[in-house]
Ligand binder design. Sequence first.
Ligand code: ADP
Length: 480
Amino acid sequence: MNQYRNLINGEWVAGDHWRPNVSPSDSKDVIGEYADADALQTEIAAAAAREAFRSWSKSGPQERFELLDQTASIILSRKAELARLLSREEGKTLSEAAAEVQRAGQIFKFFAGEALRINGELLPSIRSGLTVEVTREPIGVVGLITPWNFPIAIPAWKIAPALAYGNCVVIKPAELVPGCAWELVKILSDAGAPPGVVNLLMGPGAAVGEALVRSSNVDAISFTGSAMTGQTVAEKCVSSGKKVQLEMGGKNPMVVLDDADMDVAVDVCINGSFYSTGQRCTASSRLIVGRGIHDLFVEAMHARMRLLKVGNPLDSQTQIGPVVDARQLAQDERYIRLAGREGGSVFGGARVDADTEGFFLAPALVTGTHPSMTINQEEVFGPVASVIQVNDYDEALAVANDTRFGLSAGICTTSLKYASHFKRNVEAGMVMINTPTAGVDYHVPFGGRKKSSYGAREQGSYAQEFFTTVKTAYIAAGVV
Ligand code: ADP
């Protein structure tokens, strides 16, 4: 059995015990044993990052470009192999995993370029003889806490901008998927990241994550995960004066108006609700459907759901891989049962037998639901969507906004009037017209409103808002 260590100050070190990384598709498929770090190692890693920051923050754009560009090239050259690892440890299909690896490579390419494009402003002062210069500087040591649902893309979209703008990082990936983060950090190390610039600490959130958030050597935390953990992380960061950025849950609506193209609407909803096993914070979990199209839409959804192939994600025929673990499977099933008890009609949602022992669940669609039902208020994070029937566009918009979350929102319509109005008035960070709520580009901002997000946006050049701090300099004439 291969054993994988943490990276602290350029050294690969063991932890206090080894955690097996078991595939959700096959309990006999153990990918490897990964070292669990502890609170003391977290402090050592944060101190090493603090020390490394002294020189990395002064590194030039060419050096940062080369590290990120080289990392990107290695990721892309190993796409098939990394996709297979991702698919084994997280459970998404091989094609979804390949797309995620590709995206991780593209993110590093993009931020390699961003390292060359860090700019500022030069303004005349309101006082004569003075010039004002506004520049961006790195914030210092950034703790990165990542979830299990995008094991390589989320670490990539936090590490790449952090390094591009001159920060050092300590990354703590989710316990369930240490494999992809380990490979990514190994690639960075092989590509020439100096000791201490990138540190990897695997292990449980309660030990390693908390220690990272508490450490006085950490200046900022970028977190993606559940709303509940995010809240406690934010409270601790605010009370210790750390900059913090949170990406959390969603309860993303997809409105289907009576004038929608039925084929487009069904494609968009099947993809948005069930692909990646519904385990995306941008998944469409509430389908808000006009009275005029409702019955035909539900019938078409049922027909398509019957054809979806759930199974081993390494099989090229599979469209929906397993749920990530037993705890998540139990949560999905609990929400499905509750939706039935609260008056919804459940289609699908049964366990699926396979050749291997895994957490296979058929997608579930709950119809006849009311906006106040639990299924429409709480995030399930599985292949489960509900349908809410509405009378008209105004009611659809009101229901779409009737949630404490605000990450992504979509509408299927052929009306420019409704599409435009929805785009302006839905309370979400991202809006999708005739395209699924999930599936975003890497060069534009990602993030939400309300309880979905907190702090500056991630991705694209907007990432600099979090990963840099601004300095305003006043220069008097006569300085030579
Ligand atoms: P999920 O329930 O989907 O696993 P979490 O929010 O618990 O979502 O986990 C997201 C990330 O946060 C993981 O890397 C996890 O280990 C980490 N984490 C969990 N609890 C804490 C905590 N108290 N402090 C810091 N990080 C934590």
